[in-house]
Design a protein around this ligand. Structure first.
Ligand code: SF4
Ligand code: FES
Length: 253
């Protein structure tokens, strides 16, 4: 049994009809929220109440609810994914809040992530960056080699895996005062840069992905480090240093 009592909360939530409409914060009350429930379960309770009162539920993104898909992107109390560390919004528990607290909930704020409705933003800019080079074109059907046939130093494999844990949530962009996407792009470049399978397209990959990042309207990196602090997968700033080296190498003819 939880040591904390169920909570009554005031929610200040960003409501916006569509991309073209002006938005504003609206105030809601939720009652008897278990501290053991997740933040999205609390949002479900709110929406069930709204539907019961013939009001429109609050639109928010979610899918896996297991910290995998990266869709549950909410700015909570001024922090991407809320006040906990190394968790997504779907993994955030209500025990992080207090009975009677007022919680502000807003969408990601970045020019390259326009609001579609309420708390949902359009993150297709990330998809276009991935499409610009975030892949390998080695044959993967028919005569695929056994993974162990290519020797890779353990440290490189582990570091590449750490980079590959980026779930594309966009918290790095939302936390950055410049709305820079460098941590995301650097993770996607790094996961291939460290492996022999990624060498073939390495130069083209980093040049194309950075070009697409700039075209999407993300800001520049000024090494503040907020992205690393708010990233639910603890993607390291070292990825940005690695991507800068890859970019420099690729730029030298
Ligand atoms: S680097 Fe971290 S914060 Fe940025 S998209 Fe990937 S998982 Fe999300
Ligand atoms: S809903 Fe998939 S990471 Fe939160």
């Amino acid at each position: 049994m939880s040591e904390k009592r169920d909570m009554d909360l005031t929610l200040k939530i960003w409501r916006q009809k569509d991309a073209k409409s002006a938005g504003k914060l609206e105030t809601f009350q939720v009652k008897n929220i278990s501290p053991d429930s997740s933040f999205l379960e609390m949002m479900d309770v709110l929406n069930e109440d709204l539907v019961a009162q013939n009001q429109e539920p609050v639109a928010f993104d979610h899918d896996c609810r297991e910290g995998i898909c990266g869709t549950c992107s909410l700015h909570i109390q001024g922090e991407a994914h809320g006040p906990d560390r190394a968790v997504t919004t779907c993994q955030l528990h209500m025990r992080k809040f207090k009975h009677g607290e007022t919680i502000h909930i807003e969408p990601w704020r970045a020019k390259a992530f326009p609001v579609i409705k309420d708390l949902i933003v359009d993150r297709s800019a990330f998809d276009r960056i991935q499409q610009a080079g975030g892949f390998v074109s080695i044959p993967t059907s028919g005569n695929t080699q056994d993974a162990n046939a290519i020797p890779i130093p353990k440290d490189d494999a582990d570091t590449a895996f750490d980079s590959a844990t980026c779930i594309g949530c966009g918290a790095c962009v939302a936390s950055c005062k410049n709305a820079s996407a460098m941590l995301f792009v650097a993770a996607k470049v790094s996961q291939f840069a460290l492996l022999p399978q990624g060498k073939v397209e390495a130069k083209r990959r980093v040049l194309h992905m950075v070009k697409q990042m700039d075209e999407e309207g993300f800001g520049n990196c000024t090494n503040t480090g907020a992205c690393e602090v708010e990233c639910p997968k603890e993607i390291s700033l070292e990825n940005i240093a690695r991507m800068n080296r890859e970019y420099l190498n690729a730029s030298i003819k």
